[in-house]
Design a protein around this ligand. Structure first.
Ligand code: SF4
Ligand code: SF4
Length: 364
C-alpha cells in the first residue's frame, strides 16, 4: 500500500467519499472569479471583494506559507432524489438537503480533518504544519477539487463527480509535506445539457458556469440579510433555506442516486419538512433552541422568518390569513413584519377565479 493509499483509506474510514492531492499553485478559475466579482454577481457579499480576500484565493501559500500539498476531501450529504417528496400543500417549507441532518457540517467536518491530519503525520512519519478548511476561509475549493481529480465545475456551478454526483461537502487540508499530485479532471461532462439553466426559477445561471448570486434562492434565503426583492418572491415558491433545484435536475445526480456513499453524520437521514404555519410563530428563544446546531441558524431568525413569510404568501391559501395576522401582531422585527404584510397582501389579491374556487369548496 502506498502512502497515498493509506491516507485515502484513513479518510474513507472517517466518512469521506473522496480524498485527492494537488499543489498550492494558482487556481485556474481565478480569472473567472475576478470577472464574476467585477460584474457584481456576488450580491451583497462584500467581504469577497476585499483585497485580502482576493489575494488569499489567488495564493493558498498566503494561508500556510510552508504549504506543499493540498489534500482535498469530499463527503456526500443526502441526495434528495433518493427520497419520495411528500405531497406539497404549499404550507410545508423546503430546506436544502445539506441542512437536513440538523447538525451544521461546520461542527462535524473540522474535527475529522484534525484527526486525518494527525493520522497523516503518523503515516508520513513526520510532524508538519497544516491548516484545515471547510468553507471556512478564502480558498477556491471547487478549483482545487477539480485539480485533485474529483470532477468538473458544472454549468450550475457545483463540483460534479461522475461517481459521487454533486451533493457534496468539500474540505481541504494544506500541509507542509510534498505528496505527488493526482491527475486533474479536465473533461467538461455537461456537454449540450442545459437542464439546470432551463429549470432555475430565477434564471440566474449564466452561460459561463457562474451564477448571478444576487438572484439565486440559496443566496436570497441564507446570505441576504435584507428584504427579498419583490420581483423574485414568487419564484421562491416554498423554499425557505437554500434551493436544490439545479442539482436535482442534473442527470449526474440521477445516475449516482442509488449508490451507497459514506454517511458522515453517522445517523439516519431523511428530508427535513417544515410546518410553515408553526414556524412563523417562533419566538427568538424558540428559534435559537430549535436551530442551535443547525445550518439554519446562519439565516438568523429574522432572515428565516422572512423566508417563511414569503413561502406562506406564495401558498395563496386563504385559510392561513388568521395565523399570519396573529404573527404580525406579536412580531417586532421590521424585516419579518414587512414580509408578513406582503404575504397577507399576496393572499388577498390572488386571482379572482382561485378565490371563487375556494369559496365554492367552503360552502359545499
Ligand atoms: S440554487 Fe436554485 S435559484 Fe440558485 S441557481 Fe440553483 S436552481 Fe437557480
Ligand atoms: S444539469 Fe446538465 S448542464 Fe447543468 S450541471 Fe448538470 S450536466 Fe451540467
Amino acid at each position: 500500500m502506498t502512502v497515498k493509499d493509506s491516507i485515502k483509506a484513513e479518510g474513507s474510514a472517517l466518512g469521506f467519499s473522496f480524498v485527492g492531492f494537488t499543489t498550492p499553485s494558482q487556481p485556474e478559475h481565478y480569472a473567472t472569479y475576478l470577472s464574476w466579482l467585477e460584474a457584481g454577481h456576488h450580491g451583497t457579499m462584500e467581504y469577497l471583494v476585499t483585497e485580502h480576500n482576493r489575494k488569499m484565493r489567488l495564493d493558498p501559500q498566503l494561508i500556510l506559507p510552508e504549504c506543499k500539498t493540498i489534500v482535498v476531501l469530499a463527503a456526500n450529504y443526502p441526495n434528495p432524489l433518493n427520497f419520495t417528496e411528500p405531497a406539497a400543500d404549499g404550507l410545508t417549507g423546503k430546506i436544502a438537503a445539506y441542512a437536513w441532518p440538523g447538525v451544521d457540517y461546520h461542527f462535524v467536518i473540522p474535527p475529522l480533518l484534525e484527526k486525518l491530519a494527525r493520522s497523516m503525520q503518523i503515516i508520513l512519519g513526520k510532524k508538519f504544519a497544516y491548516k484545515c478548511y471547510t468553507d471556512t476561509g478564502p480558498i477556491l475549493e471547487r478549483d482545487l477539487a477539480q485539480r485533485a481529480g474529483l470532477g468538473w465545475i458544472g454549468k450550475n456551478t457545483c463540483l460534479i463527480s461522475p461517481k459521487l454526483g454533486s451533493f457534496l461537502f468539500l474540505a481541504e487540508i494544506l500541509i507542509d509535506y510534498s505528496i505527488e499530485p493526482d491527475t486533474p479532471f479536465t473533461a467538461d461532462r455537461c456537454g449540450n445539457c442545459t437542464r439546470c439553466i432551463d429549470s432555475c426559477p430565477t434564471h440566474c445561471i449564466l452561460p459561463d458556469h457562474t451564477i448571478d448570486a444576487s438572484r439565486c434562492i440559496s443566496f436570497l434565503t441564507i446570505e441576504n440579510k435584507g428584504p427579498i426583492p419583490s420581483t423574485l418572491r414568487h419564484s421562491m415558491e416554498n423554499w425557505v433555506f437554500g434551493c436544490d433545484i439545479c442539482q436535482m435536475v442534473c442527470p449526474w445526480n440521477h445516475k449516482t442516486k442509488n449508490d451507497l456513499h459514506a454517511n458522515l453524520f453517522k445517523q439516519p437521514l431523511s428530508p427535513l419538512m417544515i410546518d410553515l404555519q408553526s414556524e412563523i410563530q417562533l419566538s427568538p428563544t424558540e428559534f435559537n433552541r430549535k436551530y442551535r446546531k443547525s445550518p439554519i441558524k446562519r439565516a438568523k431568525r429574522r432572515g428565516y422568518l422572512r423566508n417563511a413569510a414569503v413561502a406562506l404568501g406564495n401558498s395563496r391559501d386563504i385559510k392561513i390569513t388568521d395565523g399570519l395576522k396573529q404573527a404580525l401582531r406579536k412580531e417586532t422585527e421590521p424585516l419579518v413584519r414587512s414580509h408578513l404584510i406582503w404575504a397577507l397582501e399576496n393572499i388577498r389579491t390572488r386571482p379572482v377565479q382561485e378565490t371563487l374556487n375556494v369559496e365554492r369548496k367552503d360552502v359545499s
